[in-house]
Every structure is written in C-alpha cells, then in structure tokens.
Design a binder for this molecule. Structure first.
Ligand code: HEC
Length: 173
C-alpha cells in the first residue's frame, strides 16, 4: 500500500530508483537500504519497556519503548518477538536538576535534558531481514536516517544476545 521509493547510492557506483517494500517491482532492496525513511508516527508515546544508563563515550539516559506488538511480547517474555515488532531506543543528555539542591539539601537529582546519540529502532520481519537475525536496524539523527550507522554493525553487536532474539533489554516491571 504505502510505497517507499529509495534512492540508493552504493559507493558512487550504483544510483537508481528502487521500489522498496514492493516485491511486484521485481527488485530487491540492497542490504543497506534504510529500514524506514521516516520516524514511525507516534513512537514517542509508545509504552515503556525499560530504562537504561550508558556510561563511557555514550554517557546518556535512555528509554526503550515498544509498539503494541513489542510491549505485549516483552511483558509476556515471548521469544522470538513476532513480526511487526518495533523497539525504539531514545537517549538524552542528563544534568543535575537545579531545584534538587533546594529540595534535598544536595544536588542529587539528575534529569534528562536534550536528546543525544540518535534514536534507534529494531524492526522485526523474520523473512525480510533474515540475514540480520530477522531484525532491521536503523538510527535516526536529527529526524533523518543516519548514514554512518550501518545495520551490519548493529547486528554484529546485538548478536551477543542471540539467545534472547538479539534484544538486550528485558521488560522492567
Ligand atoms: C557495540 C554494541 C552495540 C552496537 C554497535 C549497537 N547496539 Fe544497540 N544496544 C546495545 C546494548 C548493550 C543495548 C542495551 C543497553 C541499552 O539499552 O543501551 C542496546 C539496545 C538497543 C535497543 C533496545 C533493544 C535492546 O536490544 O535492548 C535498540 C532498539 C538498539 N540497541 C538498536 C541499535 C541499532 C539500530 C544499532 C545500530 C545503528 C545498534 N543498536 C548498535 C549494544 C549495541
């Protein structure tokens, strides 16, 4: 129904129009074709699966959200996740909350402020993304698909948790 048209530039060698998501076109999207071209509508309001904190270079606070299919599976501990699952990873810079000093006597509250480290998604389609464990991976930077984060790198690291269908976070009750 919804037809995505992707301009694919592979190393400057190949530039062409490919009907993405439309097998009738007879063309297969390349491995590096973006999983989606726009942020999924309403993703910011999806239910919360878990929260996390990254130290090191990333140094952020993050929220793991899921669409209806994702949250149902995460709550039930269903593995593998069904087709149609989308899991989102949001992240923010964090700062001491000014008012916390007054409230607690110490500056002990840290709060999420500006978005950081892009927004990442894992999209489940066992057939379409068979070569990457059934998941399509994508990062958005400033609302646009990122060209620097290639799905192969995402998949390589997520293989660490192959036994949990490549998903690190568990549902936090
Ligand atoms: C070097 C390892 C590594 C790489 C590379 C990586 N991830 Fe992850 N990812 C993790 C870890 C560890 C977590 C769990 C901790 C957290 O939430 O930050 C995670 C969490 C996630 C989550 C939440 C679901 C889950 O598995 O818990 C999504 C969505 C995600 N990553 C997408 C991506 C995408 C898209 C890329 C590539 C653009 C990517 N990741 C690259 C290690 C990695």
């Amino acid at each position: 129904m919804k037809q995505f048209v992707v301009v694919l530039c592979a190393g400057g060698l190949l530039t062409g129009l490919i009907g993405y998501d439309t097998p009738a076109s007879g063309q297969v999207a390349g491995d590096n074709a973006p999983v989606m071209l726009e942020l999924p509508p309403g993703y910011r309001d999806w239910p919360l699966i878990a929260v996390a904190h990254e130290e090191g270079k990333l140094n952020d606070l993050r929220a793991i959200l899921g669409n209806e299919i994702a949250i149902k599976a995460a709550r039930a501990g269903t593995l593998p996740y069904p087709d149609g699952t989308i899991i989102a990873r949001l992240a923010w810079d964090y700062h001491p909350l000014e008012e916390s000093k007054e409230a607690f006597g110490n500056a002990q509250s840290f709060v999420a402020v500006t978005p950081k480290n892009g927004v990442q998604f894992m999209v489940k389609d066992a057939r379409k993304y068979a070569s990457t464990g059934g998941w399509g991976y994508i990062e958005f930077d400033d609302g646009k698909p990122s060209s620097k984060a290639m799905p192969s790198a995402c998949f390589a690291c997520h293989t660490t948790v192959k036994s949990r269908d490549f998903v690190f976070n568990r549902y936090a009750p």
